[in-house]
Design a protein around this ligand. Structure first.
Ligand code: FES
Length: 112
């Protein structure tokens, strides 16, 4: 059975930016991030498919300087925001692992 977690409101994520989150689940830490692009949101586990490290170089810094792609800070892999597909770097052709999100009444919920 799926479990739902209240994460934040849409307004907590600035337009065309990202924000990282950590929740504790059964004594394990679950790191993920949410990107808000235009009117849509996208969520991924915070783990680069190249080596498994977290992607951001500073808190909430998951995007490149232009804000158009997700970028891993370790070796520079770039991923499409819309589907997590790697378009550049050592994990070319692989995907970030998506997390299921639901938006209701301006609130973002994580579904596990
Ligand atoms: S760890 Fe992300 S590109 Fe190498």
């Amino acid at each position: 059975m799926a479990t739902t977690f209240d994460i934040c409101t849409i307004d907590d994520i600035p337009a065309n930016r990202a924000r990282g989150f950590t929740i504790e689940l059964n004594d394990e830490t679950f790191d993920f991030f949410i990107v808000r692009k235009d009117d849509s949101i996208y969520g991924y586990i915070n783990s680069c498919p190249h080596t498994g490290v977290n992607l951001e170089w500073m808190p909430d810094k998951f995007l490149d300087l232009s804000g158009s792609v997700i970028q891993c800070s370790t070796h520079g892999a770039q991923f499409r925001i819309e589907n997590g597909f790697c378009i550049y770097g050592p994990c070319l052709g692989r995907y970030l692992e998506r997390v299921e999100l639901e938006v209701r009444d301006n609130n973002i919920k994580l579904i596990l």
